[in-house]
Write a protein that binds this ligand. Structure first.
Ligand code: NAP
Length: 412
């Protein structure tokens, strides 16, 4: 890529999660050092306020005014940088032109989208442009879906080394997690429900586990799905549906398709939350399932959706406190096996902050840095990738060294 003024431009720093990403980049690289980076947003006044709040070390940080709905300002911005890192969401409402600008201008891109129908639209509209310009477009660089995408990639890498072949039945289970959700995340979830109600095509995309795969591999093996309280014989515990499964499973299946089925042609994958053993495990699983069902129903019905927005849920810009983020964490287990064979392997993925914000902001920051600093055009051509298929080992090292994540083999 030709020389550009910046390595990374962070868009969305005036919002809840973007500000945490800015704090991470500032802690890691300061301002005026080797990493050339800038903050972008639609209001200079707000950007100046955030820069002051970030403290004295941020004083020289360049600011760029660009609006998500003004393509000219986006083209001018993305031409100045190697990588754009964006937390401007809901992405389906505010993100499309920025993906288009990056794909057209050969600028690498990473985000926190978990909005499957929107990502499918971006794939259909911009994959060709990204392939010809050399732009690496990487969605889902936060809690959804880095632990799942990188965790399964890590498991399969170990399996290839130990058994010389992939493990085709993989289960991801959330063992424990502590954290909360921000207004922006709720806004994105409610927007998907609203779009699915309005548009049958969106509802259809949401149901297809292969929705994010390249067009030639949008169907395959019937995928398992934990949709209610279920006993898991492999882990020996009760499980409940996991709220992020409908995103993560699509990303993991996309990674398999992009890696020429490195996880197997008959790869099957599901995700769930562990709720424990015995009667209390079963009761917890039932309560979680009913709670998720009630939220989905409340979000789908007009009057309750308005009530949720106005009275119950945090507003855009709001989210878990610093204390909640510091005391948060997550631990997940991923088990792989081939049915009818002895070969099996289990890995763990853990994070040292709350999943959605403390950990997510570090994951996104490190993905942006990996794109800017670790990746040549030979390593990864332009296109629409997942974090593992674009960055593999390079991202693994950064996540473990700088984002508080640990990937470990726990049993084989
Ligand atoms: N995948 C994950 O694990 C994960 C975790 C956390 C968050 N997220 C996602 O990240 C996104 C952000 O969440 P959040 O809680 O940080 O949201 P937020 O606090 O509401 O922040 C949204 C940001 O978008 C900016 N924005 C809105 N419209 C814009 C426009 N037209 N032009 C330029 N900027 C615009 C806002 O700028 P102003 O200040 O000017 O309004 C603000 O900086 C959501 O989509 C959420 O779902 C994902």
């Amino acid at each position: 890529m030709s020389e550009r003024e910046f390595d990374v431009i962070l868009m969305g720093a005036t919002g809840f999660t973007g500000r945490l990403v800015a704090e991470h980049l500032l802690r890691r690289h300061g301002v005026g050092g080797q990493l050339k980076w800038a903050l972008a947003g639609r209001s200079r006044e707000k950007l100046e306020k955030i820069r002051i709040e970030l403290g004295e070390t941020a004083a020289g940080l360049p600011l760029i005014v660009a609006d998500s709905h003004d393509r000219e300002s986006l083209d001018a911005m993305v031409q100045r940088t190697r990588v754009v890192c964006t937390t401007v969401g809901p992405y389906a409402l505010h993100g499309s032109d920025l993906v288009g600008a990056c794909a057209a201008n050969g600028t690498d891109y990473c985000d926190l989208s978990g909005e499957v129908p929107w990502m499918r639209r971006m794939l259909d509209e911009h994959a060709e442009a990204a392939e010809s310009s050399g732009a690496r477009i990487v969605h889902c660089c936060g809690f959804d879906s880095i632990p799942s995408d990188m965790g399964v990639w890590f498991l399969q890498k170990q399996a290839a080394e130990r058994f010389g072949k992939p493990l085709e039945r993989v289960r991801m289970r959330v063992k424990a997690a502590k954290g909360g959700l921000s207004g922006g995340t709720y806004a994105s979830m409610l927007n998907i429900v609203e779009e699915a109600r309005r548009d049958k095509e969106v509802a259809r995309v949401l149901k297809n586990p292969y929705a994010l795969c390249p067009s030639e591999s949008r169907k395959g093996e019937r995928q398992p799905y934990v949709s209610s309280a279920e006993f898991d014989p492999v882990f020996g515990v009760w499980t409940a549906p996991f709220v992020m499964a409908a995103i993560n499973t699509r990303v993991v299946l996309k990674a398999n398709a992009l890696s020429e089925f490195a996880y197997g042609e008959n790869f099957r994958y599901d995700e769930a939350v562990m709720t424990g053993r015995g009667f209390s495990g079963r009761m917890k699983a039932t309560t979680v399932s009913l709670g998720m069902g009630a939220f989905a129903l409340g979000a789908a019905l007009g009057p309750t959706r308005s009530l949720l927005k106005k009275m119950v849920l945090p507003k855009p810009g709001e989210g878990p406190t610093a204390e909640q983020r510091e005391s948060g964490f997550f631990k997940i287990a991923i088990d792989g096996r081939n049915e009818g064979e002895d070969a099996s392997l289990r890995v763990s993925v853990s994070g040292d902050r709350d999943p959605g914000y403390g950990s997510t902001s570090k994951m996104l920051g490190e993905t942006a840095l990996a794109l800017a600093r670790d990746l040549s055009a030979d390593d990864c051509p332009g296109g629409m990738w997942t974090p593992s298929t674009a960055l593999g080992d390079k991202l693994l090292a950064r996540l473990q060294e700088h984002a508080g994540l640990a990937f470990e083999v726990v049993a084989s």
